[in-house]
Design a binder for this molecule. Structure first.
Ligand code: ATP
Ligand code: MG
Length: 450
């Protein structure tokens, strides 16, 4: 992409409505525009990152054997009456009527819809286990939408639903999700810690929230410092292997880590004092086993091996896809702007031409552009007739992790400058070497599973 042809409406001034850095930077970098409280247009740069994040989620779900599909955003209230949630859900649910006076609602979540599809089409235990998921817009009429995409009213969520014959199988599905989520967040450059969550009226302790530590997080969290040393990394996991998945769950959830909702002071005090941490975190996902709550209420059963109708154990598992943009920026920025992790960056590399209109500089930039494109990478070439300072400021603000600066002086010596956004370190090297280096940096981020 050439910046002269792109649509990147960056703001010079700090928008006054933004209270936290991610919101401020997303507005300044021309990623989003607010349309009403908690409702945003996703401008090209924001949309690009949203898609990158969404793709990682899809890829890791595919790896775990989960099946994508798409549900409507508008639902009939009748399904929610069946599950018993229509009246109880409260003011967060956006309710409306169609022209025939039928009660409708904008989906805040989709347990009912998925259970309905399941009961219509799945009849036998032989079709289990089954995990269906979608990535779809949700609406919750939050009383206090704030912090930009962090707490929106309309937001983009991955929601997956597991259907199993026994509690044991359903807990394996739960563990599978835990593993796939650890992988998902790490690929985005995030550490998201599974913390024991509150299961509300359903009870039980089979629910975890994933929290990214950040001062601006809305949840207070209490944890054993050792948990931050854990990395999922590159390990190969067989998602069908019950013991392997269970072992990962144990590894990542045996240390103390809870939000204020489930915090237990006495238990926390058993952690050696020097390892106790109290901090804040952003919830970027949640996994939940809830048994037969919906399947029972909505009459979803399957025929068991004995020919009799058997119960169906369910769980639901969510990732806050749009909230993740905010969480990533909270975790990765400096005073000059965003610093995208390689896994989610909207463009892989920025090319800054210090002397637009200079034949040699223009030709060198065009050649770099071609090389990257041929290698399947996306460069953003700042080909505007702007002064260098302005070009650097824009690149720093939008946060591409790597920048190549091209100018007549360097070209005389056969070199360009490669700069790392995170460290600020620069090196001069021949253009072909710079290209090669960038290709190598991104090699681990090219995953083809979906
Ligand atoms: N208003 C929102 N705006 C953006 N993302 C959201 C919002 N509400 C929930 N999410 C994201 O969707 C994920 C799954 O939804 P879930 O139903 O678990 O949310 P929740 O527990 O009600 O969230 P919260 O406690 O933050 O209100 C959450 O972990 C979060 O990342
Ligand atoms: Mg939650």
């Amino acid at each position: 992409m050439r910046l002269s042809r792109y649509f990147l409406p960056v703001l010079k001034e700090n928008p006054s409505e933004a209270q936290i850095v991610s919101h401020r930077l997303m507005l300044r970098a021309g990623m989003i525009k607010q349309q009403s409280a908690g409702i945003y247009s996703w401008l090209p740069l924001g949309f690009k990152v949203l898609r990158k994040i969404e793709n990682i989620v899809h890829q890791e779900q595919a790896r775990a054997g989960h099946i994508p599909m798409q549900m409507p955003t508008l639902q009939s209230a009748d399904l929610w009456r069946e599950s018993g949630r229509y009246d109880g859900y409260g003011e967060e649910m956006l309710r409306m009527q169609d022209r025939h006076g039928r009660d409708m609602l904008f989906s805040p979540t989709a347990e009912e819809l998925f259970t309905d599809v399941f009961r219509a089409h799945v009849n036998s235990y032989k079709d289990l286990p089954l995990t269906l998921y979608q990535i779809q817009w949700k609406f919750r009429d939050e009383i206090r939408p704030r912090f930009g995409v962090m707490r929106g009213r309309e937001f983009y969520m991955k929601d997956g639903y597991t259907f199993d014959l026994t509690k044991e199988d359903a807990l394996h599905a739960y563990n599978r999700h835990l593993v796939s989520y650890l992988r998902t967040y790490e690929r985005m450059g995030l550490q998201a810690i599974p913390m024991r969550a509150d299961s509300g009226p359903i009870g039980g302790d089979n629910t975890h929230e994933f929290l990214v530590l950040a001062e601006t997080g809305e949840s207070e969290v209490f944890y054993d410092r050792e948990i931050t040393d854990l990395k999922f990394g590159d390990r190969q996991i067989d998602y069908d292997n019950v013991e392997q998945c269970q072992a990962v769950l144990e590894e990542f959830t045996s240390r103390y880590a809870r939000t204020d909702e489930t915090h237990d002071e006495a238990l926390f005090n058993e952690v050696p004092e020097e390892r106790r941490r109290v901090a804040r975190g952003i919830e970027v996902g949640q996994i939940f086993y809830f048994g037969t709550k919906y399947s029972e209420a909505m009459g979803a059963t399957v025929q068991g091996p004995d020919g009799k109708p058997g119960e169906v154990h369910m769980g639901s598992h969510g990732i806050g896809v749009s909230r993740l943009l905010g969480a990533i920026i909270e975790a990765s920025h400096d005073e000059n702007g965003i610093i995208w992790p390689e896994g989610v960056t909207p463009f892989h590399v920025g090319i800054v031409n210090l002397k637009q209109g200079d034949d040699e500089a223009d030709a060198a930039c065009d050649a770099l552009y071609q090389s990257f494109t041929a290698a399947g990478l996306e460069p953003l070439y700042d080909d505007r007739k702007e002064r260098a300072g302005g070009k650097f400021a824009t690149m720093d603000l939008i946060g591409l992790p790597w920048r190549i600066t091209v100018g007549p002086r360097g070209l005389k010596n056969g070199v360009v400058e490669l700069t790392c956004r995170r460290t600020g370190a620069s090196e001069e090297l021949p253009p072909e070497q710079a290209v090669q280096k960038i290709i190598e940096i991104y090699a681990p981020h090219r995953v083809h599973v979906f």
